[in-house]
Design a protein around this ligand. Sequence first.
Ligand SMILES: *[C@@H]1O[C@H](CO)[C@@H](O)[C@H](O)[C@H]1NC(C)=O
Ligand SMILES: *[C@@H]1O[C@H](CO)[C@@H](O)[C@H](O)[C@H]1NC(C)=O
Ligand SMILES: *[C@@H]1O[C@H](CO)[C@@H](O)[C@H](O)[C@H]1NC(C)=O
Length: 513
Amino acid sequence: MAGRRAAWGACLGLGGGALALLALVLLRAYVLRPAPGPRILGRRPALRFELSARDRHELKEALKGAIKIKTVSFSPEEQNTTALAEFGNYIKKVFPDVFSTKFIQHEIIGEYSHLFTVQGSDPQLMPYMLLAHMDVVPASQEGWHVPPFSAQELDGFIYGRGTVDNKNSAIGILQALEFLLRRDYRPRRSFYIGIGHDEEVSGRKGAMKIAALLETRGVKLVFLLDEGSVILDGFLKGIKKPVPLIAITEKGSITANFSVESAPGHSSAPPKEMSIGILAAALSRLEQNPMPNLFGQGPEIMTLEYLASEFSFPLNLVMSNLWLFSPVISRIFEQKPSTNALIRTTTAITMFNAGIKSNVIPPSAKATVNFRIHPSQTVEEVLEIVKNTIADDRVKIDIQEAFDPLPISPWDDRAFGVQIFRRTLLDVFPDVGSVAPGICIGNTDSRHFTNLTNAIYRFNPVVFKPDDVPRVHGLNERISVEGYEKQVEFLYQLIQNSDISKLPKPHAESHEL
Ligand SMILES: *[C@@H]1O[C@H](CO)[C@@H](O)[C@H](O)[C@H]1NC(C)=O
Ligand SMILES: *[C@@H]1O[C@H](CO)[C@@H](O)[C@H](O)[C@H]1NC(C)=O
Ligand SMILES: *[C@@H]1O[C@H](CO)[C@@H](O)[C@H](O)[C@H]1NC(C)=O
């Protein structure tokens, strides 16, 4: 987070007569901590995740083989369907037990997506779902240390498009299940595995069809886990440990065309205002007047509350006293694009086209703007603000696509998924800090599943350092071999931990932290 000094300054700058206030701050920090302590499920017997040298080799080679298949989504209309089909054949070959086990049903949906139904031994338990996708965004040949579809290993990292977005999950889930099946595991709780083939270009042909099919079968899910957030290491100044952030919502989005028409003519006798100037001024007003800062009205406040105890002094005081420090923190968040995106609806002018000839008054000017909607706003509210800010009827607005932010998933002691994630993180990543809820600023396939569950979580058990962020959809995307093993271990334990029939009663719980 930017501006640690600013927050510290505000803390010191309370001035004379602030002793009583400081005492109250300390009281709240140490006695009335806002975030409840995590409730952790007790340990239960489980198949241990022990890998032979051969298993280890097989595990990383399975991922590498998948990376080499160029399952690129160029646009909703243009995907490499040869590669998508090849991916289907590949998983059949690499995970024979998954495909030959009697209690697992495999279906191909929308021609290339995969749905696995893993039938548990206890039909009374509500099933859950693990979601991932096989398609990737294109990769330029230049700028990579190794070719982007070569899956070469360098210094303990596997490089390639899709290593973290999201073949690590698609292959990792099947790998974890394959290992469990080889150890004669049969789940008690049923679960579904969905692997979409067009997530990068909307998910309408894959995930959306999987969701629709499950809905016709009357399926309800106790939780759904998709990609999204990660374990953050070194992102927040003042927090030493890596912290798992599990996204409980995603921002909404509006993509809109803005256009202005004007009478064409010769440039030698121009009117006072022309389409390009009118549209440029309107867009400039949008840029100069950002959407309101909504810090405190969405889940971003929960993120800080849950992380409060992880911050070192004095930031822990600041974070435990958001009632007092919100105004300061919200201004700090505004300073960097990555944190600004968490506290408001963002405005990005992404396309601008106008003009046909150097001496012709342009008949029209067109632009495209993408808004990403904060969880506490709606499409309608944002459009209202846009119209009022532009305040010019000559600017026509046409909506290309719009959807509201996703509902906020439960995050409390009764949230089954959250408790399973906590238990599993403790099993596999014993050294990480508090698990906190977060916001996904991009979108995932999980948004198509809101009719099946209100408990949608977006999280990949992979440790990210700040320099890993631009690799996603960028150059030199990679995953460490150790990090990928950990991801498979997480999934292996998560499947077993989910077999618990219900959460222990709050007063009978065992605190293991
Ligand atoms: C599409 O996939 C096929 C099969 O994997 C591959 O041979 C081909 O090069 C890919 N095409 C593009 C444009 O990536
Ligand atoms: C918006 O503009 C794009 C690009 O010019 C065009 O393809 C699309 O059809 C337009 N959509 C609407 C709703 O005007
Ligand atoms: C959920 O169900 C409603 C009512 O049947 C439908 O209109 C809507 O499109 C569905 N939502 C999704 C995300 O599939």
